[in-house]
Design a protein around this ligand. Structure first.
Ligand SMILES: NC(=O)c1ccc[n+]([C@@H]2O[C@H](COP(=O)([O-])OP(=O)(O)OC[C@H]3O[C@@H](n4cnc5c(N)ncnc54)[C@H](OP(=O)(O)O)[C@@H]3O)[C@@H](O)[C@H]2O)c1
Length: 327
């Protein structure tokens, strides 16, 4: 069966507001083993915009339709395949393409969504929650961790990290450049404003004679280095994003050979995990959504045609919540 389709698409790499446009797309032809998923909602995440900018040209094929996460309903499955998922809500993961009305997706990458999970929670249940859960499992499980610090603390992922760390009895410090949102502050024992030049001293004074054991950095550049340098001897530094656009100085390893430095990429884990591991990780996410631990805030819901407004909002006020595209 063929499906009419509209999508947000880039024909060349460049700044997302300049190169992304809305188009009618050729109807998706279903390959064997694939489903056509009619998208209900797909958020704008920083990680959607990185490939559009041309950061990974070797693994990004043009034309490119962004949207790594989202929720939709299985509308058709290839005639050679089991129709069990027909009509079900799923998360079509594994590749970009959520910013279109009908996303073709291999059935093995379609994760069923329980009925009691809302469309909004489902649409944002993948990238940030799974990254936070994996990083916490990997790096916050040992008993000697008392205090952790997280930068870009108003971001969706940082707030989930804050809640998960607090759940484990770890004291949390959030670094924010615009600490204006009360809700964002609620998962932090202490919030430090990085727009004030003395934030490093404030962090030092707050930890006092206690240790600063663990840091999560998605800013990179000078702020990332300063954060790593603030860790106690033998601390753990987890780098997972580059919001500043500046890489971490390679000198960090020479300057602080005592630190355990880790890089986390969700993509690597997802593409090496077995389906059962993925389904189990999503069960954990859905349970945390039910418990209220994972709460992704939505600042605006827009049709695909308003992508320019959506990009402007998510780039200028990310701390206010996600922009959800409704294809
Ligand atoms: N490694 C992985 O596998 C993985 C997976 C998921 C996410 N990530 C990364 O995690 C990061 C956060 O993603 P998200 O979806 O949670 O973000 P988000 O909800 O869209 O929020 C972005 C936040 O970052 C802040 N910010 C932006 N640029 C900044 C800068 N230069 N310095 C300090 N703060 C800055 C914004 O604060 P303002 O309000 O002050 O603008 C906002 O609070 C991104 O870098 C993303 O690529 C990585």
């Amino acid at each position: 069966m063929q499906h009419s389709n509209q999508g947000v698409i880039a024909h060349r790499f460049g700044p997302p507001p300049e190169v992304l446009q809305v188009e009618s797309l050729a109807p998706a032809e279903l390959e064997r083993g694939a489903a056509a998923v009619r998208m209900i909602a797909s958020p704008i995440n920083p990680s959607d915009l990185i490939p559009v900018s041309g950061a990974y040209p070797s693994r990004t094929t043009l034309p490119f339709i962004p949207g790594f996460e989202g929720v939709g309903t299985v509308e058709t499955v290839h005639s050679d395949n089991d129709p069990a998922l027909l009509g079900q809500r799923v998360l079509p993961i594994g590749a970009a393409g959520g910013w279109q009305s009908v996303k073709p997706c291999s059935l093995v990458w379609c994760i069923p969504v329980p009925d009691d999970i809302s469309d909004t929670d489902a649409a944002t249940a993948y990238i940030n929650p799974l990254t936070a859960i994996r990083m916490i499992d990997l790096h916050a499980s040992s008993p000697g961790i008392h205090t952790a610090v997280v930068n870009a603390a108003g971001s969706a992922i940082a707030r989930t990290l804050g809640h998960l760390l607090t759940q484990r009895g770890i004291r949390t410090i959030g670094l924010m450049r615009h600490p204006r949102n009360e809700e964002a502050g609620s998962c932090w024992a202490h919030v430090i404003d990085t727009s004030i030049g003395s934030w490093r001293e404030e962090l030092h004074a707050f930890t006092g004679t206690g240790s600063l054991d663990l840091a999560f950095d998605c800013v990179g550049g000078g702020e990332g280095i300063d954060l790593a340098q603030s860790l106690s001897r033998g601390g753990t530094f987890v780098h997972y994003g580059l919001l500043s656009g500046q890489p971490l100085s390679p000198k960090l390893r020479q300057d602080r050979p005592d630190l355990n430095i880790h890089y986390f990429r969700l993509r690597e884990w997802v593409h090496s995990a077995k389906r059962a591991q993925l389904v189990s990780a999503f069960t954990q996410v859905f349970n945390l959504v039910r418990e209220g631990v994972i709460r992704t805030r939505i600042q605006e819901e827009l049709p695909l045609g308003d992508i320019a407004e959506g990009l402007a909002l998510s780039l200028s006020q990310g701390s206010q919540g996600k922009v959800l595209l409704r294809p």
